[in-house]
Design a binder for this molecule. Structure first.
Ligand SMILES: CC(C)(COP(=O)(O)OP(=O)(O)OC[C@H]1O[C@@H](n2cnc3c(N)ncnc32)[C@H](O)[C@@H]1OP(=O)(O)O)[C@@H](O)C(=O)NCCC(=O)NCCS
Length: 181
């Protein structure tokens, strides 16, 4: 992967494709090892996407490079996050470091919001770690409001089959899509 200098950074929507994740994309979601630990989780989320419970989006450069991704849970056991009708929950929202601060994250989020509108959803929700002040600021700029704290305690099984416990206190945020119609 080549590092780009700031003067080379350009964001032209014509260069980017936002599309659903295919099975063959799953290895690229590991970002050359950075997210290897999530291999089993990605496979499980992919299975959920085939059942229509989750949307998995990637941002791809027209040269085939994966630039970023975001997943959207449409239904869950937490109705104030995702309830299959009004609320959908965005997670695993990330842009590769060398492509950040170009507006691509905002572009992806706006794409997701437009897509959820067409599916009839009115609220987009997400959790952001309390120490992730950059992402919190970005979400607020995009119209998300903090609705309350979340303990951020969860676990996943890593690529070696070990259970990893995560403790990441978070803010729950929500955007009412009807306010920006
Ligand atoms: C959060 C994240 C997805 C944002 O992606 P991004 O592509 O950098 O987002 P944007 O470029 O749209 O906006 C980020 C900042 O760049 C600025 N920006 C937007 N367009 C810009 C442009 N053309 N030139 C320079 N800066 C720009 C925005 O004003 C914003 O600034 P802010 O931090 O003051 O709000 C990315 O930082 C990331 O992957 N972080 C690590 C994973 C993570 O924390 N994900 C969120 C989990 S809840």
């Amino acid at each position: 992967m080549t590092q780009r200098t700031p003067s080379e950074l350009k964001f032209d929507p014509e260069d980017l494709i936002i599309r659903p994740v295919n099975r063959s994309d799953l290895p690229a979601l590991e970002w050359h090892g950075v997210y290897l630990k999530y291999r089993r989780m990605f496979a499980s989320i992919y299975r959920d996407s085939r059942q229509g419970r989750v949307l998995m989006w990637i941002v791809e450069h027209k040269n085939g490079e994966l630039i970023g991704q975001a997943f959207v849970l449409l239904n869950s056991s937490e109705p104030d996050s995702a309830n299959g009708q009004t609320h959908a929950y965005v997670f695993a929202f990330r842009i590769k470091p060398e492509w950040r601060s170009l507006g691509i994250g905002s572009y992806l989020m706006q794409f997701i919001e437009a897509d959820l509108r067409t599916r009839g959803f009115t609220f987009v929700t997400l959790n952001v770690a309390r120490d992730n002040v950059g992402a919190l600021r970005l979400y607020q700029r995009l119209g998300y409001r903090v609705t309350g704290p979340r303990p951020g305690v969860w676990s996943f099984v890593d690529h070696r089959g070990r259970t990893v416990h995560v403790n990441e206190p978070a803010w729950h945020m929500q955007k009412d899509l009807r306010e920006s119609d």
